[in-house]
Design a protein around this ligand. Structure first.
Ligand SMILES: Nc1ncnc2c1ncn2[C@@H]1O[C@H](COP(=O)(O)OP(=O)(O)OP(=O)(O)O)[C@@H](O)[C@H]1O
Length: 378
């Protein structure tokens, strides 16, 4: 894979100007992240709502200029992140099952809203959890968080999966975070701020931590990170339903939890435990996502239901929680995660990209409603 040169991209950004020649792209936005995949250059530009409207019409010209300037590129795809205006409510379509009724965000089953401290500047905290490891919880958390950024929300992603922190790899953020006035500054990539224990310690060291150290580390991620003004902090929870999950839910006011499961019975059994745990803690379960729902052959498009199919939808109905959609099993999802660009960025229009964006749209709509209710504007 050729690594594109940052300076070349920045030169193109300076050269492409508005039709009335009053501003260059650099004056309307800044280069957030980029990567090359299969000859296509993916570029994320950070901007704000007002300037996004001026930037949007320039994107086709920018994409053409990038292809001409960046060696080895046969195509370019530019997205505006973080502060881009919310898309019209019709696009993309809500995730299957998720659009029928508003998600129960911010109020528990017993009608009581979860209480507890929120990290300074953060409007809402939601969790992505699974009863069982390896079902694709982190992949879902990363794509949901970046997808929420594409919906126009200010998003942070906290990797609380202390025993298997995968966020640095999946987001393509390497190295240690900056420390300013004793506070950790989360790196900004693909339109969101992200922090993981994997950026602070070597992965194999965290693997052997015991309970109190794990809880200490999670507490630090909540309190010692300068998250700044965020609409939502998405927490990638450790898998399971043990002390770590309970303590995390007690340390901060979780407005809702999304449970990820694969269709197999064994995973669904654990998903049910997850739903029960959150309900006991009065944390609303926003719904269940079925990951690795089916395999779609990249050559002939034949759909195979490797692990059975529809189990999570049926289980969600049984438990009385929304079903938020199904994500296919696709090599591209794993490959893009391994390359450090989530599929919502690497292939936003692919079936997988669309599935995650639909999930983000459903969750984003519920989040906006809650932020309006709480009168929070970041
Ligand atoms: N829908 C999918 N299609 C293909 N590969 C996937 C899909 N979802 C996840 N994967 C891959 O499966 C592996 C496990 O995914 P992930 O790390 O997201 O699971 P997890 O539930 O967070 O695991 P853990 O509990 O160990 O943290 C990763 O290599 C990931 O790229």
């Amino acid at each position: 894979m050729t690594s594109p040169d940052r300076a070349t991209i920045e030169t193109v950004l300076r050269q492409v100007r508005t039709v009335d020649n009053t501003a260059s792209i650099t004056e309307l936005g800044s280069l957030d992240a980029f990567m090359m995949r299969d000859g296509v250059l993916h570029v994320a530009l950070a901007t704000d709502r007002a300037r996004a409207e001026r930037l949007q019409p320039l994107l086709p010209a920018l994409e053409r200029a990038l292809v001409a300037a960046v060696p080895g590129s046969t195509g370019a795809s530019v997205i505006l992140t973080a502060h881009r205006p919310a898309p019209p409510p019709t696009a993309p379509a809500p995730a299957a099952g998720g659009g029928h009724r508003p998600l129960n965000l911010g109020g528990g089953k017993a009608g009581k809203a979860p209480t507890g401290p929120l990290p300074a500047g953060v409007g809402v905290v939601i969790a992505v959890a699974s009863g069982k490891g390896g079902v694709g919880k982190s992949t879902t958390a990363v794509n949901l968080a970046v997808g929420l950024g594409l919906e126009g929300l200010k998003v942070g992603l906290m990797d609380a999966d202390v025993h298997g922190p995968s966020l640095p790899r999946m987001m393509g953020v390497n190295g240690q975070p900056e420390v300013r006035d004793g506070r950790l500054i989360p790196p900004h990539k693909w339109g969101i701020s992200a922090m993981s224990i994997g950026m602070l310690v070597e992965e194999d060291k965290a693997m052997i931590w015991r309970g109190p150290m794990v809880m200490g580390a999670i507490g630090q991620l909540l309190s010692d990170v300068e998250w700044g003004a965020l609409d939502v902090l998405v927490v990638d929870m450790p898998p399971g339903t043990g002390d770590a999950q309970l303590t995390l839910a007690q340390k901060t006011a979780l407005a809702g939890a999304i449970i990820v499961s694969t269709p197999q019975d064994i995973a669904l059994l654990d998903a049910r435990r997850g739903v029960t745990m959150f309900e006991k803690m009065n944390v609303p379960v926003l719904g269940v996502v079925e990951n690795m729902s089916y395999f779609c052959c990249p050559n002939c498009n034949h759909r195979t239901e490797l692990f059975g199919h529809g189990g999570a939808r049926a289980e969600a109905e049984k438990m009385g929680v929304p079903f938020l959609g199904e994500i296919p099993l696709l090599v591209d999802i794993r490959a893009s995660a391994d390359e450090g660009a989530p599929i919502v960025i690497a292939a936003p229009d692919s079936p997988a990209g669309q599935a995650y964006r639909a999930l983000a749209h459903t969750v984003g709509t519920a989040l906006r409603r809650l932020l309006d209710k709480k009168n929070i504007r970041t």
